[in-house]
Design a protein around this ligand. Structure first.
Ligand SMILES: Cc1cc2nc3c(=O)[nH]c(=O)nc-3n(C[C@H](O)[C@H](O)[C@H](O)COP(=O)(O)OP(=O)(O)OC[C@H]3O[C@@H](n4cnc5c(N)ncnc54)[C@H](O)[C@@H]3O)c2cc1C
Length: 317
């Protein structure tokens, strides 16, 4: 049951327009999110083995490199990511060849690494999930739940309403820890056949690009607490400026002429922790929460879903 079953990104559904890169972002940085992320990565990799092609499920594994200056510790998922390798400043500069980065990398305070990761073309992947559900006899119903989730008739209820949990419905209290972190991105044609994803953080500025399949996604913003779904023109200019300054020149050449669209989405951010937890109602039915994945819905999805199934089968664990 969903208010917007079609996943239309223009109707505030985060999954319909996301970058689709496997990378934990804006979610708790803990052992369990690291585990969910790695389980999800493995599931995507298995999907590639099952005989379906990119056109069927939208999943591809591509090279990713990231450089942060100043840099923090390696993230908790790193030790279990078999392809992850640290990069030296010289190696990062080599990736900018023939030019050097247009910003200063602090030689004493930086973190750079590369790894292989799934990148999902979200419309194809959501179609694949939909067919999986229908193939197992499931049905999707378009309907707003305008009351407590327990008003729905079902033996097991799973709350996957994302940012919907930050909205008061019919006098019901919302989850006070939930809030949107608005993201605006630019979609460009992939004329140069870019195949790697890059994220650069330089002081207070950052930029990223994700070759998603249909387009290259350039970003972005993380506007805490903002609900505005309209495209901000000043932000478009700022994204282009940051991308041109921070990303390798070959990837931003003619960027303005390659723009094919813009998108704004609301990351369903939950303070401190993603909500994956179960409760048993007085009538014995189980409600499992699965929301608040922030900027990591496609990164944590399979790991969280497995946990939800386990909790639904044994709610007390
Ligand atoms: C710019 C941007 C880039 C991103 N890039 C990435 C990325 O590269 N990798 C990544 O892993 N993640 C990324 N994300 C994050 C990712 O999009 C989200 O974490 C994920 O889509 C959240 O999924 P969800 O199913 O919880 O929420 P949604 O996709 O928003 O789905 C919620 C569903 O609940 C329904 N709903 C809500 N309230 C009700 C109600 N009362 N009754 C009935 N139905 C209701 C809605 O209609 C909708 O169908 C990005 C997000 C943004 C904004």
């Amino acid at each position: 049951v969903a208010e917007n079953v079609a996943g239309d990104p223009n109707r505030g559904v985060a999954s319909g327009g996301a970058g689709g890169l496997w990378f934990p972002y804006l979610c708790e940085s803990t052992e369990r999110t690291g585990r969910w992320a790695n389980e999800t990565r493995v599931r995507y990799e298995q999907l590639l083995q099952d005989g379906l092609g990119f056109e069927d499920n939208g999943v591809a594994v591509k090279d990713v490199w990231q450089c942060y200056s100043p840099g923090n510790d390696l993230p908790p998922w790193a030790p279990d990511c078999p392809t992850l390798e640290l990069l030296s400043v010289a190696q990062v500069e080599e990736k900018y060849a023939p030019g050097l980065p247009q910003y200063m990398i602090d030689q004493d305070d930086f973190l750079a690494y590369q790894f292989e990761a799934p990148i999902v073309q979200v419309d194809l992947f959501l179609g694949h999930l939909r067919r999986l559900i229908e193939g197992m006899g499931g049905a999707l119903v378009e309907r707003k739940v305008a009351g407590p989730i327990e008003s729905l008739e079902a033996d097991v209820l799973v709350n996957c309403a994302g940012i919907g949990n930050a909205v008061e419905v019919e006098g019901l209290e919302s989850d006070a820890r939930m809030r949107p972190v608005r993201g605006q991105i630019v979609h460009c044609e992939n004329r140069a056949n870019i195949t790697e994803a890059v994220t650069i953080g330089a002081g207070a500025e950052s930029a990223y690009m994700i070759p998603r399949g249909d387009v290259v996604v350039y970003g972005g913003t993380s506007d805490d607490g903002q609900w505005d779904l309209s495209v901000n023109e000043d932000t478009v200019e700022d994204i282009i400026r940051r991308c041109k300054k921070l990303l390798p020149e070959e990837y931003t050449q003619g960027m303005e002429d390659r723009i094919v669209g813009h998108w704004v989405g609301l990351r369903p951010y939950r303070e401190e922790m993603v909500s994956v937890e179960a409760k048993t109602l007085e009538d014995g039915r189980v409600v499992v929460n699965n929301y608040g994945h922030g900027g990591s819905g496609f990164t944590l999805c399979w790991g969280c879903a497995d946990e939800v199934v386990r909790m639904a089968q044994a709610p007390g664990t």
